[in-house]
Design a protein around this ligand. Structure first.
Ligand SMILES: [Mn+2]
Length: 454
């Protein structure tokens, strides 16, 4: 391998920990059990790990899990022969006390807030190496550090690392810190290239208006007649490709899109997202965000196996994932159109709506908030199943800047009605008894009002 190729600089302590993990892997005989989170970051990490151990000539067994609770940990411990090596990825750091008690050799590669460092396991978490795990390294992007320590040839897996980081939304506003080093090195190695382009993701511009919920144009997205009319007005047709346009036409298109978004009440974040940096992965023939969306739609539709097979490069799985992704986007567009016609019910400081699929409440609340809901109110998407109300909450950034913290609001309002909740200031969730819906919303409205007044 040429010495001129760029790489990621590691601090001495990180390099030591990586070497330690690498030695364990290289000296291991027998099977490797890989357990990873089921979202795009976790699936990418699982695929990275699977390829890495396969190339070491080791047999492996990979499982994706929604969460790693105590029962799941017990089950893993009991079902894994003691001579097997277990690697947890994109999960595990919160459960170190339990994992430390395992008789097995264990490596944890995770970027979530760690419970502690542990004594009997090899714990790779950016947190211990002065890297911000929320922003600067994801489960899969950090995994690449291990993979290239084991063998520099594993640099070809960098596309997965980027897709995972993108899935955890760490690329918003540009990659930082460790992730940025990774991007620079991957670009230098011609694994990928960066492009700053209008955020229109279909094959043709028409496709992006019909099939893609982001950016969402009120009255146009998902509507054939209206989309065609807009294109004609722009002097384009159904076959026009973004790549056909010269820079001036591209700028004109972007400006018209921005004006439409502003007119429909989209947030500044949504308008800012009209021009994005994308990472083209040569080996995949996809952008990192496209690979990430494909993995995400597999996860959303509960088809984890296809997601993993896709991440491992299976062509059939890729076709299947594209179908999942199509259905996923169709479902979102249908529901957003529905919400255009029947806007969320307003209260003083919030607005709320009901939806069928629990897994989509957050996506719909998030996109509605960005693109056309009342941006002076927080949004709550709710679904009712078996006497339980699942709630996903999203706030426009402006409200967060004004003092709103949805995590605290969901926690306190949830507790007040015998449910529970929590999360981040901008995105949170709760589960409460269905019959407490009215009281819960009233409590939320009051708490958010207080947060705004404070
Ligand atoms: Mn993650």
């Amino acid at each position: 391998m040429s010495e001129d190729l760029p790489t990621i600089p590691f601090t001495a302590s990180l390099a030591r920990r990586l070497e330690e993990a690498s030695e364990v892997l290289k000296n291991h005989k027998g099977l490797v059990r890989i357990i990873s989170h089921y979202d795009p970051d976790g699936i990418s990490a699982a695929a990275l790990g699977s390829q890495m151990v396969k190339r070491l000539g080791l047999k492996f067994h990979t499982t994706l899990a929604k969460q790693l609770d105590d029962a799941k940990i017990k089950q893993i411990r009991e079902s894994t022969p003691e001579d097997q090596l277990i690697i947890f990825s994109d999960m595990g750091s919160a459960k170190i006390s339990l994992l430390d008690e395992f008789p097995h050799k264990i490596i944890v590669v995770d970027h979530h807030e760690p419970e502690k460092e542990g004594e009997n396991i090899i714990h790779l978490n950016p947190h211990f190496f002065n890297i911000d795990g929320a922003r600067e390294a994801s489960g899969s992007s950090f995994y690449l550090a291990l993979a290239i320590t084991v063998d520099e040839a594993n640099w070809d897996l960098a596309g997965l690392a980027l897709a995972g980081a993108c899935g955890d939304r760490q690329g918003l506003g540009g990659y930082k810190g460790y992730n940025e080093d990774l991007v620079q090195a991957a670009a230098g190695r011609e694994i990928m290239k960066m492009e700053t382009v209008p955020n229109l993701k279909g094959q043709t511009i028409y496709d992006s208006l019909i099939e893609h919920p982001e950016p969402y144009f009120k009255g146009i997205t998902g509507r054939k007649r209206e989309a065609s009319r807009l294109l004609r007005w722009l002097g384009l047709n159904k076959e026009s490709l973004l790549s056909d346009l010269d820079d001036e036409k591209k700028r004109f298109l972007t400006s018209i899109c921005a004006l439409r978004l502003l007119r429909q009440g989209a947030t500044p974040d949504a308008v800012g997202d009209l021009v994005i940096t994308r990472y083209w992965l040569y080996d995949w023939g996809l952008y990192a965000d496209e690979l990430s969306s494909l993995l995400n739609s597999c996860a959303r539709q509960g088809d984890y196996g296809i997601g993993l097979a896709l991440a491992l490069g299976d062509a059939g799985a890729r076709e299947k994932a594209i179908q999942h992704s199509k259905k996923h986007r169709e479902y979102i567009i249908t529901n957003l159109r529905e919400l255009e016609a029947n806007l969320p019910e307003p209260m003083k400081n919030l607005q709320h709506f009901m939806t069928e699929e629990t897994a989509y409440a957050g996506v719909l609340a998030g996109l509605g908030t960005l693109y056309f809901f009342d941006s002076t109110k927080a949004t709550f998407g709710m679904s009712d199943k078996d006497g339980k109300l699942s709630i996903s909450a999203r706030a426009p950034r402006g409200m967060v800047d004004a003092g709103v913290n949805l995590g605290i609001a969901c926690r306190d309002a949830g507790n007040a009605v015998g449910g529970n909740g929590g999360g981040h200031n901008i995105a949170a969730g709760a589960t409460v008894p269905s019959k407490a819906k009215k009281k819960f919303l009233k409590e939320l409205d009051r708490i958010i009002g207080e947060q705004l007044a404070a």
